[in-house]
Design a protein around this ligand. Structure first.
Ligand SMILES: *[C@@H]1O[C@H](CO)[C@@H](O)[C@H](O)[C@H]1NC(C)=O
Ligand SMILES: *[C@@H]1O[C@H](CO)[C@@H](O)[C@H](O)[C@H]1NC(C)=O
Ligand SMILES: *[C@@H]1O[C@H](CO)[C@@H](O)[C@H](O)[C@H]1NC(C)=O
Ligand SMILES: *[C@@H]1O[C@H](CO)[C@@H](O)[C@H](O)[C@H]1NC(C)=O
Ligand SMILES: *[C@@H]1O[C@H](CO)[C@@H](O)[C@H](O)[C@H]1NC(C)=O
Length: 351
């Protein structure tokens, strides 16, 4: 929370020049994550995806301004008449941060699911039962490879739709652009983030340099599509990306034959959110990840379940309150054993 302190200190310094009173600088809190507990909540009422009446199955983020609800905010009277909905929302969120205590932090996470990968196509082709018990455990079928699956042409097109939609929001809405970018280390996300953001007219102060973070990866299912490539390969494929410190050369988390359970995935989702919130001063954050992992993050944020189609994006206004003291740790559970098929399952019959 050191970062938040600095922000508050700068703001109090600004207050001094305006209001003419000076509070002594408090000593920064030691930034030992283990001595702080961050409690996350989703602030609802701002996005359609927060409303129980919205159907995730038919929801189209590109038809709804990313889901931003047309409404007023208490800070609208400080905004120019020409402000768009996104500009008014930006001012509101920035004001929330300025007026909140130093233990309270608001961020808007734009979480994007990767475009369609070869594993998605194969699961549809073979059917989920045969995929789970047999095909998902192989690297591919001789025609296509789905180990650390790449994007299909359709998946590339979905990421291009996201890119075009961001471009339209910049022009029409002057949307607040991400100030930081994070991505899962799996190839389909590395490529989706690149296609979505690399061609946008970004301000020089906010370049697209994503940080690859191990724990934004998909649920570690034991399927080869969820086993990542090595660090050298990631670096060589996307040389402009930053790879977080401590990222291992080989994938040390994936294990054949067993799958991470939701409880454990939620523990690591909380860990990766704590890393981001504990070290990143920025408010507007892009995360490129996966359906299962975004579902887990939404659980940690107390957001309603909201399934994303391949290539879709969900924004969430997050309130993070740092509470001193060690939290009660959630116990991890053993991973589940994958049940395998002893013979090659037949293709699904056409009905
Ligand atoms: C986190 O915040 C929510 C909402 O304010 C509250 O209900 C919950 O008790 C808090 N959890 C902890 C561990 O403080
Ligand atoms: C908000 O209003 C605009 C203009 O009236 C409209 O085009 C848009 O669809 C509305 N968005 C939502 C999410 O209702
Ligand atoms: C491999 O899977 C793809 C679909 O994922 C399918 O189109 C192709 O025919 C399969 N190849 C073989 C050899 O079965
Ligand atoms: C990133 O995306 C752009 C635009 O689609 C493309 O031209 C470029 O080759 C991609 N870079 C990598 C490293 O894949
Ligand atoms: C990394 O992965 C690439 C591509 O699969 C492979 O050619 C290379 O030998 C690997 N390097 C290491 C150090 O594992």
């Amino acid at each position: 929370m050191h970062a938040k302190f600095l922000q508050t200190a700068i703001l109090s310094a600004l207050v001094v020049t305006c209001a003419g009173h000076w509070a002594p600088r408090p000593t920064p809190a030691p930034s030992h994550p283990s001595s702080d507990f961050i409690n996350y909540t989703t602030v609802t009422g701002f996005f359609l995806q927060d409303e129980s009446s919205t159907d995730p199955g038919t929801f189209d983020y590109t038809a709804t301004n990313f889901g931003l609800i047309n409404r007023t905010y208490p800070t609208d009277n400080e905004c120019d008449k020409s402000f768009t909905q996104w500009q008014k929302f930006e001012h509101y969120v920035d004001t929330l941060n300025q007026r909140s205590g130093r233990n309270v932090d608001y961020k808007v996470l734009f979480m994007g699911r990767h475009g369609e990968g070869y594993h998605n196509v194969a699961e549809t082709y073979y059917g989920t039962p045969a995929w789970n018990c047999y095909w998902s455990l192989l690297d591919g079928n001789g025609t296509i490879v789905w180990a650390d699956a790449h994007l299909t042409p359709n998946g590339i097109a979905q990421a291009q739709i996201a890119a075009a939609f961001w471009a339209s929001r910049i022009t029409l809405q002057k949307i607040p652009l991400p100030q930081s970018y994070y991505t899962s280390p799996l190839s389909r996300c590395l490529a989706t983030a690149n296609i979505t953001f690399s061609t946008l007219p970004l301000p020089r102060s906010q370049p697209f340099i994503p940080t690859v973070k191990e724990l934004f990866r998909e649920g570690i299912s034991g399927h080869t599509c969820d086993r990542r490539s090595n660090k050298t390969y990631i670096h060589n494929s996307f040389p402009s990306y930053k790879i977080e410190p401590g990222f291992s050369e080989q994938d040390l988390l994936w294990r054949a034959g067993v799958g991470e359970v939701n409880t454990d995935e939620d523990i690591r989702s909380k860990t990766v959110l704590d890393e981001v919130f504990g070290s990143d001063d920025n408010t507007w954050i892009s995360v490129t990840s996966h359906s299962g992992e975004i579902a887990s993050i939404l659980r940690v944020l107390g957001h309603q379940a909201f399934g994303l189609n391949t290539g879709a994006v969900i924004p969430v206004l997050v309130k993070a309150v740092t509470i001193a003291g060690t939290p009660v740790a959630t116990a991890t559970l053993p991973w589940t054993t994958i049940s395998t098929c002893s013979t090659v399952p037949p293709l699904p019959t056409v009905t």
